[in-house]
Design a protein around this ligand. Structure first.
Ligand code: 3EB
Length: 343
């Protein structure tokens, strides 16, 4: 451990959903990041605020913002096109890359991803928080293009290229938990945001699923670079980070024709993932509860209402969740869920 005094505090993070006004949320000195959802959310120049490209249904009564609090004072700024906020031995960062500016009107998602990940790696190194815990990636038209030209597959190539360029290699044991989802606000730029720390977390895999970084060739030339979940650094007061999780068993999509079937398979995947986490952290609750926070991404807006109803049935009234309209990275996936558990 370092003797530097500012390293002494154990990292601490809470994740909440809030309908407070944005200026009031940003006025708190321990707020590390605030997220608004979709084109109805306001814009604000504060580097701790990000309007993401997945939409809440307007008028649905959903909480408006996701708020990360570090419980310690936060410094923030913008450096080399990256918004960052640093406090409590945690680093939030965000970058947005306009694909159309990179390669003409057709865009180039692979180049955008490579650039985003090179800059991400440089930034977390420069800030002295080199251990990625969690990343989110929002890209337009995620399943557009066929075969290996599909945009999600090319994103995976670019992401891996950026990580390799910066760190020399892809090391499965240090990949972050992640979400990669299709933005639905009509903006054609890649959004990547992340949380990193001075100390590493512990990436986890799911026994019901093939590790994404070992997906077979049929899913593209570059398997996706992420872990199924991330336990926070030892001694920290932080939740378990759950990657985007869908009805994938082994490496195959299940229940392509049924939103209810996909939801139940997704929840079964979480049961198995949380059971794995509990072998390391027995105090973690076995089931989602009031300390969990879930974001539910639904491809077809017409299925949002049924997902809300089914989730309330399956989880009860105590588990906070936000439902978002977003495209999933396989055409046969109707929904995906990510979140945190055990704050
Ligand atoms: C899956 O299980 C669903 O490429 O970063 C989930 C979470 C998925 C993260 C990523 C992709 C990613 O393969 C897709």
């Amino acid at each position: 451990m370092s003797a530097h005094p500012s390293f002494d505090a154990a990292p601490s993070l809470s994740v909440d959903y809030s309908s407070e006004a944005l200026p009031a949320l940003l006025a708190a000195p321990d707020v590390l990041a605030v997220f608004g959802f979709g084109s109805h959310a306001p814009l604000d120049p504060d580097p701790r605020y990000l309007r993401v490209g997945t939409q809440v249904q307007p008028g649905g009564g959903a909480p408006t913002y996701e708020v990360w609090r570090s419980r310690l004072p936060v410094r923030s700024g913008r450096t080399d096109g990256i918004a960052w906020a640093c406090g409590g031995n945690l680093l939030f960062g965000a970058i947005e890359i306009d694909e159309t500016a990179l390669a003409g009107s057709a865009g180039d998602i692979e180049a955008a991803a490579e650039l985003a990940y090179r800059k991400l790696e440089a930034s977390i190194q420069a800030h002295g928080h080199p251990h990625l815990l969690r990343t989110w990636n929002y890209l337009a038209d995620i399943t557009q293009g066929d075969g290996d030209a599909e945009r999600y597959r090319r994103f995976c190539v670019g992401r891996a290229g950026g990580i390799r360029a910066a760190t020399g290699d892809i090391r499965p044991g240090s990949l972050p938990a992640a979400t990669a989802i299709g933005r639905t606000d009509g903006v054609r730029s890649l959004q990547v945001y992340w949380l990193s720390a001075r100390e590493p977390g512990m990436p986890l895999e799911n026994p019901r699923q093939v590790s994404a970084y070992r997906y077979p060739r049929q899913y593209g030339p570059q398997p996706p670079s992420f872990a199924r979940a991330m336990l926070p650094p030892r001694g920290s007061a932080m939740p378990l980070f759950l990657s985007g999780t869908a009805a994938v068993v082994g490496h195959e999509t299940r229940h392509a024709e049924s939103i209810a079937g996909q939801l139940d398979e997704t929840l079964a995947n979480f049961d198995s993932l949380i059971a794995t986490a509990r072998t390391h952290c027995p105090e973690l609750p076995a089931r989602f509860d009031a300390g969990s926070r879930l974001k539910v991404y639904v491809r077809d807006p017409d299925e949002i209402a049924v997902v809300e109803r089914l989730l309330a049935e399956r989880l009860g009234a105590d588990v906070p969740f936000i439902v978002l309209h977003a495209a999933i990275c396989r055409r046969d996936l109707r929904m995906e869920i990510d979140g945190v558990h055990g704050g």
